[in-house]
Design a protein around this ligand. Structure first.
Ligand code: DQA
Length: 144
């Protein structure tokens, strides 16, 4: 199991166009480039969906096949017990990423269902948070 799955949830396809004052000008393609560079020779799959069920299907596919998951579930972070359950059915490390510092924002963004499952949480580092998360999982795979 030497591959990393990076999952992006709803509205992240609009990265770079949507509220750039909060999320910056970089696009999801830039995120993918950063993640590929951070993964080095470890294979990596980067996906985005606006649909909760699709994200859950990808998490299920990761069972037994994927060394770790990096997930920015967007607003589903704050609502989705179903994604929490799917991540609990996955055996490997999970790193939760948010581009913005959700704790500086509206109160409804302060609670994350995913944090109760995640092994690490990175918020507020912009898209560089993805690279840090991917590097962490790559390091874990190298440690064996
Ligand atoms: C986000 C934060 C969420 O609260 C929000 O719904 C998003 C993006 C972030 O990356 O900062 O869609 O996950």
């Amino acid at each position: 199991m030497t591959s990393i799955l990076v999952l992006n949830g709803p509205n992240l396809n609009l990265l770079g166009k949507r509220q750039p004052e909060i999320y910056g000008h970089a696009t999801l393609d830039d995120v993918a480039d950063l993640c590929r560079a951070a993964a080095g020779d470890v294979s990596i799959r980067i996906e985005q969906s606006n649909h909760e069920g699709q994200l859950i299907d990808w998490i299920h596919e990761a069972r037994g096949t994927t060394a770790g998951i990096v997930i920015n579930a967007g607003a589903y972070t704050h609502t989705s017990i179903a994604i929490f359950d799917a991540l609990n059915a996955y055996e490997g490390p999970v790193i939760e990423v948010h581009i913005s510092n959700v704790h500086k924002r509206e109160g409804f963004r302060h609670h994350s269902y995913i944090s109760a499952r995640a092994d690490g949480v990175i918020v507020g580092l912009g898209i560089r948070g993805y690279a840090a998360a991917v590097r962490h999982i790559r390091d874990l795979t190298a440690e064996g």
